[in-house]
Design a protein. Structure first.
Length: 487
């Protein structure tokens, strides 16, 4: 698989086409870790972008641990992509690409082509043909109108998202009966939808499909009658750069008509019910099937790093979980209510399986330079309740698993902390400023970048705790950190 990726994305024509199409668009890539789909849209704290052909190969290499297969880009073309804050500013959207999403099964790909022909014929009857192209996406197709087909005068009157949504919706309403007929003819597998919304991404020309070794090729509406699935074969694909074709103002009349009928919906997708022809209930997919990388909360990052810190200093994994959750709660409340208040009354909205511990039974101890209460059973206490390993699993591990496999985050956390001198881990202020603070908002990006490096290191040796004792000796018998975690 890796060879296929490197050969395809190493081609000059592929890199050039992807880079030029993505200019001004917020980019996303999809890959997998341990069989789970991972969706990456950020590079550190900034939106992922592609500015040159070299960036395409760079992304494939940089995120090789993800086995990046598919490139996506927003339907929106932005004026400024320098920060995530700019993405929510509607005035920052310079243009938006109307597209009809046509989905089917690979064995019945011909129905997607028939649906695309219906849409293209209708657009031509509305005077829009020079700015229309079709993209075969792998298991279906998109019919797209170039965003440049709308004049500046039109876009000064209507927001680009209003135009894109209304045009797609208008056409679907007009063709609903015919498309429903195709849906029934296909045995219920054909679906045609209006998916336009403010954060929508779609497949980039010449990207690979996320599952099949097929290339997303562009074709002219005139090519539809002769199209064959073999045109998308990796290494032998047939592609036309028709996405570059447009005539300024060609789609203005259609847009005015569509907006008059459909209305303005620039606050997409709130409250908008778009037309979806042939939509059927799909089999329930696992909640973690697709993961968007980069959305891990500070609470989970703090708990993870504090647990790794305790483990490296003591070698006790179960107590490390208790300590990690305890410190995360402490710092969360310290931020809102003050450090001295939390020592007596702190609690946090997490699922607890621990016991209530009366003040008379709590013991104040000093661990790694931090004062914390422990219960008679040896678990750390906050808000009068014990923080148990099970609490950590429910409130930290499960949340991290929703973003990246926990064992990957744990291995990376241990490796990251091992770079710091022991005195930094023993000093709460230094730990906060030098260890936690620099990565609290982009820890996942660092995890993704270092996955392969981490795994190679784990194969060679176990990250050993800095402390000593029976726990440390027992851990040395384990083959990897993951083995130790599953013990």
């Amino acid at each position: 698989m890796i060879d296929v990726l490197l050969r395809h994305y190493g081609r000059d024509d592929v890199k050039r086409e992807i880079a030029e199409f993505c200019r001004g668009r917020w980019v996303a890539v999809e890959g997998s870790i341990s069989g789970k789909r991972v969706f990456l849209r950020y590079s550190g704290r900034k939106p992922l972008t592609i500015k040159s052909p070299a960036d395409v190969a760079l992304i494939v290499r940089k995120y090789s641990g993800l086995k990046v297969r598919t490139f996506y880009a927003t339907i929106n073309v932005y004026r400024d992509l320098s920060s995530t804050q700019q993405l929510d500013d509607l005035s920052n959207i310079a243009a938006a690409t109307p597209f009809w999403d046509i989905d089917t099964e690979l064995s019945k790909w011909g129905y997607a082509i028939k649906a695309a022909q219906l849409i293209c014929e209708f657009l031509e009857s509305e005077g829009v043909s020079k700015s229309v192209y079709v993209l075969w996406s792998g298991e279906g197709a998109h019919v797209r109108i170039s965003e440049a087909a709308f004049s500046e005068d039109l876009l000064s009157r209507y927001h680009p998202l209003d135009v894109a949504f209304a045009v797609v919706e208008y056409v679907l309403r007009k063709l609903k009966d015919k498309l429903e007929g195709l849906h029934k003819e296909s045995g219920g597998v054909l679906k045609v939808e209006n998916l336009v919304d403010i954060k929508r991404v779609f497949t980039v020309p010449l990207s690979l499909h996320r599952k099949h070794d097929l290339v997303a090729v562009c074709l002219s509406p005139d090519d539809l009658p002769s199209f064959d699935i073999s045109w998308a074969k990796v290494g032998e694909f047939k592609h036309k750069d028709v996405w570059r074709r447009y005539e300024v103002g060609e789609a203005d009349d259609l847009a005015r008509k569509a907006v008059a009928v459909v209305g303005r919906v620039k606050t997409l997708p709130v409250g908008v019910k778009s037309t979806r022809v042939g939509r059927v209930e799909r089999k329930a997919a696992p909640k973690k099937e697709v993961t968007e990388v980069g959305k891990l909360g500070r609470f989970q990052v703090m708990a993870l790093l504090q647990a790794a810190r305790y483990y490296l200093l003591t070698g006790d994994l179960e107590k490390a979980k208790s300590f990690g959750l305890n410190r995360a709660i402490f710092y969360a409340w310290a931020k809102h209510y003050g450090r001295y208040y939390v020592g007596r009354r702190a609690s946090y909205r997490y699922v607890s399986t621990g016991q209530e511990v009366p003040e008379s039974e709590r013991k104040l101890v000093k661990v790694a330079g931090e004062e914390a209460f422990i219960s008679p059973r040896g678990w750390f206490v906050m808000g009068g309740q014990e923080q148990l390993p099970e609490d950590y699993d429910r409130n930290v591990v499960s949340k991290i698993e929703g973003v990246v496999p926990y064992e990957v985050a744990w291995e990376a956390a241990l490796k990251y902390l091992s770079k710091f001198p022991k005195q930094v881990l023993l000093d709460p202020q230094k730990f906060y400023e030098k260890v936690y603070k620099p990565v609290r908002d982009d820890f996942i990006d660092k995890v993704i970048r270092e996955i392969e490096e981490v795994r190679e290191d784990v194969k060679k040796s176990v990250v050993k705790p800095l402390g000593s004792g029976e726990a440390s000796k027992a851990k040395d018998k384990q083959k990897t950190l993951l083995d130790w975690m599953k013990k």
